[in-house]
Write a protein that binds this ligand. Sequence first.
Ligand SMILES: Cc1ncc(COP(=O)(O)O)c(C=O)c1O
Length: 456
Amino acid sequence: MDLQRWLGRAVAAIEEWQEGFGPYQADPSLLISDERFAVAFGELTGRLRNNYPFFHPSYAGQMLKPPHPAAVAGYLAAMLINPNNHALDGGPATGQMEKEAVATLAAMFGLGTHLGHLTTSGTIANLEALYVARETHPGRGVAYSEEAHYTHARMCGLLGIEGTPVPADGAGRMDPGALDALLAGGRIGTVVATAGTTGLGAIDPVHEVLAVARRHGARVHVDAAYGGFFTLLAGQAGPAGLDPAPWRAIAGCDSVVVDPHKHGLQPYGCGAVLFKDPDVGRFYLHDSPYTYFTSDELHLGEISLECSRAGATAAALWLTLRLLPPVPDGLGRALAGCRRAALDWAALLSESGRLELYQPPELDIVCYYPVTPGAALSEIDDASVSMLAEGMKQDRPVFLSTLRVTSAGMSRRHPGITADRDGARILRSVLMKPEARGYVPELHARVERLAAGIAG
Ligand SMILES: Cc1ncc(COP(=O)(O)O)c(C=O)c1O
């Protein structure tokens, strides 16, 4: 699609709607001439060049990419009106779109009845899930894998809940045996399973976690902020297909978080939390003397901890999901491309004499490290950091990221590495653009050259 054309159409469509309300004068205090705007805008676009090329396959670093053009056009059109999805008074059209988009996400996870809403981030979505968990299981703690996102420990602190990390196995997945032993102590009321860890992209065995948790009467929340859309590959034929068991089990869990601003092609400001039991809405109960008047229908602010939220976020997601529905043959094709890119690169890395795969990728995150003469953690750390810096300095740069791993984690996977430190940074690439696949051979060659350059 031609973004320039559709951005113009978005402005025209909203102006046409505005004209129906009759003429009015913009206040002179807000008028800006095109000449002045041109100067300031030139400065802005100039300053925006100080960025990494998240759009390009040579950016194989963090979990970042621009939104789909459809999301941009949808966001802009709605943003010109600037509805607020807190209440139907603030955003009748986008409030409805949010409910529809959330129902589509719930269906993707196989949740029938549900209660849910968009949030500004995965952090806030997880906060809400843990807040509800505290209310359903008062006085009991939360367990999460040692590989879980740091937000869980932070949010437990914020909510005044005791948070306990559970050891992970040699593939970075929560160890159900260790969880069972922890839950036997009776202090834990909620278990957080991660479907796609931020560091390694590992998938906790949600089905096993659920069985263990239920045996001990615990609640289960799934943090699928990063990995959630990969459920579209569950049980699919071909190399991109994933073991369906953990993904299918999400439908039996109590809540799940997914971030459309990660793999749902959205601009930042779009997380989502979904609860299986709509009755948890009672924990959000509050009154507002200012809003909730125009309709008896549910206002999203009545089931959300946040107040103002951009209606444009819902418009962008709704439009994108209409065009690329979250089904295997829709958005799933893009996810499959990302996973194939990771698998292709893993195959090249496992043949390389200069680079070593840290562990096989489960989704689209690839972790690897340079082979060093003494095979020691200190050397790996130094070389990884140098490669990251060197990659960005090249004429045509290549962008990677680093991940800190523990010496125990390394020796479980690579017993030959000398643990002369308690951990090391290794290299990590999130291949979250399907275009990455065609670039893998070049990326591999370039990263191998970086490793050779560091080795001298
Ligand atoms: C598994 C997981 N949970 C939570 C978060 C936090 O999400 P956000 O950055 O949207 O607040 C992330 C971010 O990468 C994540 O990967």
